[in-house]
Ligand binder design. Sequence first.
Ligand SMILES: Cc1cc2nc3c(=O)[nH]c(=O)nc-3n(C[C@H](O)[C@H](O)[C@H](O)COP(=O)(O)OP(=O)(O)OC[C@H]3O[C@@H](n4cnc5c(N)ncnc54)[C@H](O)[C@@H]3O)c2cc1C
Length: 375
Amino acid sequence: MRRFEAVVVGCGVMGSAVSRSLASRGVSVLTVERYGLNHGLGSSHGKTRIIRQAYAEDPRYVPLVKRALASWQDLQEQTGVPLVRLTGGLMIGDPEGPLVRGTLRSARKHDLEFREMSGRELGEEFPALRAGSEVSAVHERTAGVLFAERCIQALYERASQDGCEFRFNEPLYSWRRRAGAIEVSTSNGRYVTDKLVICAGPWTGRVMGDALPLKCERQVPLWFDSGGNAAFMPGKMPIFVAEEGRRLFYGIPDFGDGVKVAEHHAGPPVDPDFVDRRVTDRDLASVAGFMKRRLPALDRRPVASTTCIYTNTPDTHFVIGPCPGDQGVLVVSACSGHGFKFASVIGEIAADLLIDGGTRYDIGFLGPGRFARGG
Ligand SMILES: Cc1cc2nc3c(=O)[nH]c(=O)nc-3n(C[C@H](O)[C@H](O)[C@H](O)COP(=O)(O)OP(=O)(O)OC[C@H]3O[C@@H](n4cnc5c(N)ncnc54)[C@H](O)[C@@H]3O)c2cc1C
């Protein structure tokens, strides 16, 4: 049976980032992935993801995302492939609502550069968007877009160069502790490892034997034709998140395939192996209503769409840390719909935890132990 110091399960953005960080630190790594690189059945596929630093969800994410952005930019420099484009970002909503207040809280706490804008100012400066006096916005210069599949390709290539062995179309079937090591069984055979890193995205619950309270949710991002209107291009239109009551919508300017618009956390619960991949008028309805109010110049007939899966925890924070009961098993997952941007730093953190037994980053609020019984 072949032995590796670490086996990584899954090669979405988390698995590829962890593989790259471990391999760059000289660890012998095997990464097994059930499908191909950048397949479309999990959570990481597609051209773009938002990166933003003034983090409304919790200021504890800010040091993580600062490091993540620097790390994506380093990777971009090393590979010469465009991975990041800072377009600026707008967080739009009720001035007293959680999005605007949370963004300001994080920006102030971490001395980030930002501008507060009224709805009227916003419409004047960014003609793609219409906003009235009922909303305000926070503009952050250092927000933008990650080119998702290129990021994963770059992580995969760096990890391969550093000796990581990737096995695609090789699902993990099971794993168990045995005589001080972990025995891993896949469709191709068995391996022995000291450390197992579970980066299985929507399938994490299954690989963990349902030890975590994770719920998968179907999501449908949509693309709309900008008609070449400069107002919707990256030089003029920032990425945005807009809060309307309890609903959140987000958008990404036209990088050549249309303006991306979606509602965040709007989908039904799903089993990741049985996701309805057909996109219907029902998926479009709330986004079209939002566009009528905030992006009125855009043709509301989508030119493209896809389905994707969020893996949610009850508190919407990630799960990163050793498995309660087995320090040799690390869970890196459950990004609750906002994890892509962090993958580069999360890879580094996973390597810290596996090699050094700790990390300088504050990840206490992300540990799987918080879901332990009574915890
Ligand atoms: C529509 C959408 C929009 C999003 N927008 C943003 C955004 O703008 N900004 C942001 O930061 N985040 C965003 N996210 C969240 C982000 O994309 C995810 O958090 C991230 O991609 C999760 O990556 P992952 O590697 O954990 O999961 P995945 O990409 O799903 O990877 C898990 C991998 O594990 C493999 N696997 C599972 N089981 C096994 C097994 N038994 N054996 C072998 N392999 C296995 C799967 O095949 C899969 O490839 C968005 C997510 C979605 C769905």
